[in-house]
Write a protein that binds this ligand. Sequence first.
Ligand code: SAH
Ligand code: SF4
Length: 355
Amino acid sequence: MKPSLLDYTQKELIELIKPKFRVKQIYGWLYHQYAENFEDMKNIPKAMKEELTQKYVVNPLKIVNKEVSSDGTIKYLLELQDGKTMEAVWLKMKEQQVDCNGEITQEARYSICVSTQVGCKVGCSFCLTAKGGFTRDLTAGEIVAQVVTLKRDNNHKHNRKINIVYMGMGEPLDNLANLAKAIEIFKEEEGLAIGGKRQTVSTSGLSNQIDKLGAMDLGVHIAISLHAVDDELRTELIPMNKAHNIDSIIEAVKRFPIDTRKRVMFEYLVIKNKNDDLGSAKKLVKLLSDIKAKVNLIYFNPYPGTEYDRPERKDMVAFQEYLINHGLLCTIRDSKGIDISAACGQLKEKTEGEI
Ligand code: SAH
Ligand code: SF4
């Protein structure tokens, strides 16, 4: 597998490719024009392109399947150079606003949900990605390429704002070095210029890695996939909770550097008759009592063969109301792309059959 030009920061490319002004041009091709190959780079001399082709690829991803939902969500199955596949999702967060003269007053807002691994080692019992086991980490370039590829496919100009959520396949903090590098590359001013504030790392709670990410001071947000309020149920859902229990996660979150105006997001996957009762809501309030937190309730999204059920809407609403009435900010995640293969791992499963 050849490295991709998307694997490197601009500073690193300046070390690798001479003269420097060519790197500036190439950088423009990569992040402003979303070049897919060296052929696309019109103002780069042929001899240089031939030399670079020997060592590098431009974009290491190929779109192999795409499902478009009626709500604007687009789910992509992407193939890597070694033929392995993973998913990324284009999410419409806010509709375009138009005034009475038909002028656009605010462009639509989008987020991209990216994967960090092919498969996952954590093995959550409710997650389809976990069923296929772990294949490999994604490189920084393969993480970066998901955003470049999706922006290109949606004609989304480089300077239009976009949010990145690391909530696709894999556990981001189990691939910390490549994750951190991708975060840095996204932040590059002459590249996509996506600040840390626009990037959210979702983790199943590797508490020691939360500390390491915090120490890197990248300015990103974190979201904690909590899902349960007692260690017994959490270990059933997320086996590595044995090593990183709820208390250790809460303590790590308290140490994490966050903008004082911001809140840490706790994701709570609601499963029917497992964790959808008000007793759990009460414990959740207590658990988060001295953290600036907000809670995002997620409907469990069933798939064939799962032992779990989607919760009732009335129970979701009662759970949310309890939290709000007890001073917690709480939203219910609207199931974007419900008419396509919405939850992570489901498009891969559908396209490739048994994984
Ligand atoms: N590994 C990280 C990020 C990827 S998973 C993490 O666990 O946080 C992203 C989110 O998808 C998690 O919050 C996870 O709970 C959720 N998820 C996984 N399977 C799901 C399912 N079947 N229905 C709904 N959400 C699911
Ligand atoms: Fe991995 Fe996240 Fe799925 Fe758990 S929910 S198996 S951590 S991808």
